[in-house]
Design a binder for this molecule. Structure first.
Ligand SMILES: Nc1nc2c(c(=O)[nH]1)N[C@H]1C(S)=C(S)[C@@H](COP(=O)(O)O)O[C@H]1N2
Ligand SMILES: [Mo]
Length: 199
C-alpha cells in the first residue's frame, strides 16, 4: 500500500519544487503602510449587500472565529516552505456574513496598490483557506502581508494575496495581475500549472 502523502516530507513537495528553511519575501512593488483607523475590508460584486469591515471588526474574534491552519506553501518560482501555522479567519466563516448571489462562481482578491488574483469560489471555501494576520504564532511581518493576507495553500503562492483589502464576487473567471501576465489561471502546484499553456 502506498504511504499517504503527509507521512513523508519528500512526498509533500510537488515536482519542480525545493524546500527552503527561511521564509522568502516575494512581491511586486512596495510594502504598504497600515493605519488601523482608516483601513477597511470591502466585499462587493455579486452580493445582495456590499460589506465593509474595520480591522477591529474583522480580527477581534467577535464576528468571525479565529482559526489556525497548518499548511505547506509552494511558490511558482520553485521554493516550498513546509509546516506554516497561519492564524486568522477562515473564508467560510467570513462567508456566513455575506449573501452571495447564486451567479457568483469566482472571486477576485483585491490588494493594496492594485495587485489582484482570481480564484474559484469553491477553492476559497476549502477549510484551509484563511484570511491571515499571523504566522507561526506571531503577527505577520509587513513584508509577508500584515495586516491581512489570503492563504490558499493548495494553490501556488501568487494566489495567497498579501495586503488584502477586498473580495469581489464574479460570475466569470477574470484574470488577476499575474494571470494577465502569463501565469496559469488556476495554479495547482501538484499539476505544475505554472504558466497559461500548462494543462
Ligand atoms: N499583494 C501582493 N501579494 C502577493 C504578491 C504580490 O506581488 N503582491 N506575490 C505573491 C507571490 S508570487 C508569492 S510566492 C507570495 C509570497 O509570500 P511571502 O512574501 O510571504 O513569502 O505572495 C504572493 N502575494
Ligand atoms: Mo510566487
Amino acid at each position: 500500500m502506498a504511504l499517504p502523502r503527509w507521512l513523508t516530507k519528500k512526498a509533500r513537495v510537488p515536482a519542480g519544487q525545493h524546500v527552503v528553511a527561511m521564509f522568502p519575501v516575494l512581491h511586486v512593488g512596495p510594502v504598504p503602510p497600515f493605519d488601523p483607523a482608516t483601513w477597511a475590508f470591502n466585499v462587493f460584486g455579486l452580493v445582495q449587500e456590499e460589506k465593509v469591515w474595520t480591522y477591529e471588526a474583522l480580527t477581534s474574534g467577535a464576528l468571525f472565529p479565529i482559526s489556525t491552519v497548518k499548511a505547506d506553501f509552494h511558490c511558482v518560482t520553485s521554493w516550498s516552505k513546509l509546516d506554516n501555522v497561519w492564524g486568522g479567519i477562515r473564508f467560510v466563516d467570513l462567508l456566513e456574513h455575506i449573501d452571495v448571489s447564486p451567479k457568483a462562481h469566482y472571486v477576485m482578491a483585491h490588494c493594496e496598490y492594485g495587485y489582484t488574483t482570481n480564484l474559484p469560489l469553491a477553492d476559497l471555501k476549502q477549510p484551509q483557506t484563511l484570511l491571515a494576520w499571523q504566522h507561526n504564532g506571531v503577527d505577520l511581518d509587513p513584508d509577508h502581508g500584515y495586516p491581512l493576507r489570503l492563504v490558499v495553500p493548495h494553490l501556488y503562492g501568487w494566489k495567497s494575496a498579501k495586503w488584502l483589502r477586498g473580495l469581489e464576487f464574479m460570475a466569470t473567471n477574470e484574470p488577476g495581475y499575474w494571470e494577465q501576465r502569463g501565469y496559469h489561471v488556476y495554479g495547482d502546484p501538484w499539476r505544475q500549472q505554472r504558466y497559461s499553456w500548462d494543462c
